[in-house]
Design a protein around this ligand. Structure first.
Ligand code: SAM
Ligand code: SF4
Length: 472
């Protein structure tokens, strides 16, 4: 039987977004160059910033200091994450929705939307199409509706993992769906999910009420704010936060998101795995008030400041953004991107190259194929990675492992990224991508110290090429 989750909250749930405090910080004095450099130095030493320190970065409007913030974000990206970029694709499962979020084409009052929930067979066809392109990581996206309850989400996850095509398989399934109750999170965890993402959309209380009108589930601010705390209490320690930029003042949202990350860290000893920062896109049946739209320059500041504020948290940049801007923003500290994305229901087999407004939640800015994106990334010196090794070997808190164990990235992440890249090059790449990819792998191998790890990597690369060994 399908049912909405109970409205139960986590233990001692509180609304930790103190608007008076955040507004007071934003009304503060602009910091001088010395102070900004002190904060940057703290971040470059890989220490997380406080909300107060983040506010000082946000208040900076001197172009020269903003440049220093950008340079520091690029530096931190290099020293913490190296040149790996994780790739994934979204898979929309169903767009029925009981909510009425003003910004979304799936809102219940959009009667022109074509409503659809993929059947298990149709999901299988989408997964085969994604596997045939080379994808290994997916994020499943759902509207909020009693039919998309925890059992349904868990069954869908199991279905996705079971689909195998050629050398293809999905090795990690993340979720972007409505908040669940504790029982619900336990069920989806048991099905083997990776990250559970819930975007707060806006942390500003009045704006939140305006954007989520009527007596809807999503209209309950505390229930949503507390959503990921319940996930932790159910044993899901891999969660993602997000803000939909363009609904309210970006400065307030950045501070609030950092507050949320610190709150989870303090309370559960684990911060979020990822932060997402989607910007509003045109959507069917949606009229926007442009007052808080974020332009490209401020968007760069958002990403650079978040990079500095939470050095060890992954940053996700989606295909909502245009290719040229994505290319530039990559260096600011982004660690994950989607590629070859289609967000219309059934879009991986049915839509061709056209975007179909009535079937989409919003329109995408980057609809290039996975192979085109791979080719560009590799040509820019990034190592696209499909690695899911930590997660599959039961090392949860994957992200934590990477950074907490000295040398872990060098010993495991870099070789695994090269191996999964080789799998892609052998199984799926165009000639052009294969050529630049093999060159990049050779360059990366040349950078590795001689020794056991390098020898093992060389052997495994040969196995992938010659003996068709997969699933590193
Ligand atoms: N229905 C669930 C929910 O709202 O939590 C799952 C997520 S919804 C399908 C995915 C995300 O898309 C939302 O959290 C929101 O941030 C984003 N979104 C909605 N409308 C958008 C728009 N017009 N432009 C860009 N992103 C949008
Ligand atoms: Fe429904 Fe999510 Fe869209 Fe809101 S954002 S209308 S909850 S699908």
């Amino acid at each position: 039987m399908c049912a909405l989750p109970s409205m139960e909250l986590s233990k001692n749930a509180v609304d930790f977004i103190d608007e008076n405090h955040l507004n007071a910080l934003l009304a503060g004095k602009k910091p001088d160059a010395t102070r900004i450099r002190e904060i940057i130095a703290k971040s470059l030493a890989k220490e997380a910033l406080s909300v107060e320190e983040t506010a000082e970065l946000v208040l900076t409007d001197d172009p020269a200091l903003i440049e220093e913030i950008f340079a520091a974000a690029r530096e931190l990206k290099k020293t913490v994450y190296g040149n790996r970029i994780v790739l994934f694709a979204p898979l929309y499962i169903g767009n029925d929705c009981i909510n009425d979020c003003t910004y979304c084409a799936f809102k219940r009052s959009n009667f022109d939307a074509i409503r659809r929930t993929l059947t298990p067979e149709e999901i299988g066809q989408q997964v085969v199409a994604l596997e045939d392109k080379g994808h290994k990581r997916l994020i499943l996206v759902f509207g909020e509706h009693p039919k998309y309850d925890a059992d349904f989400i868990a069954d869908t996850v199991k279905n996705v993992y079971s689909v195998k095509s050629g050398n293809g398989e999905i090795r990690r399934v993340n979720i972007n769906a409505a908040p669940l109750d504790i029982e619900g999170y336990k069920k989806v965890k048991e099905a083997g999910i990776g990250t559970y993402q819930i975007f707060m959309e806006t942390y500003h209380h009045d704006t939140y009420s305006m954007m989520h009108p009527g007596n809807t589930r999503k209209g309950n601010y505390l229930y949503r704010l507390d959503g990921l705390s319940r996930a932790f209490e159910a044993g899901c320690d891999d969660v993602g936060l997000g803000v939909l930029f363009g609904l309210y003042d970006w400065r307030f949202e950045v501070l609030s998101m950092v507050r949320h990350a610190l709150y989870l860290q303090e309370r559960y000893n684990v911060g979020p795995h990822t932060l997402s920062f989607p910007r509003l896109r045109p959507a069917q049946g949606v009229d926007f008030n442009e007052e808080y739209f974020v332009d490209d320059e401020d968007f760069k500041r958002i990403i650079a400041i978040l990079r500095l504020a939470v050095p060890y948290t992954g940053l996700i940049l989606t295909a909502r953004e245009k290719p040229e801007l994505r290319r530039e923003l990559m260096s600011f500290g982004v660690s994950q991107i989607d590629a070859g994305s289609r967000i219309e229901l059934g879009g991986y087999t049915e839509a061709g190259d056209a975007q179909v407004m009535e079937r989409e939640q919003f329109s995408l800015g980057d609809i290039r194929s996975l192979d085109e994106v791979m080719c560009e990334l590799i040509s820019d010196g990034y190592v696209p990675s499909f690695c899911t090794s930590c997660y599959r070997s039961g090392r949860t808190g994957e992200h934590f492992m990477e950074f907490s164990i000295p040398g872990f990235i060098k010993r495991y992440c870099t070789p695994n990224a090269l191996l999964t890249l080789e799998e892609y090059l052998v199984d799926y790449a165009s000639e052009e991508t294969r050529a630049v990819g093999e060159k990049l792998i050779a360059e990366e191998l040349a950078k590795m110290e001689d020794g056991e790890m390098k020898n093992r990597t060389l052997k495994q690369l040969e196995e992938i090429k010659d003996r068709n060994v997969r699933d590193i």
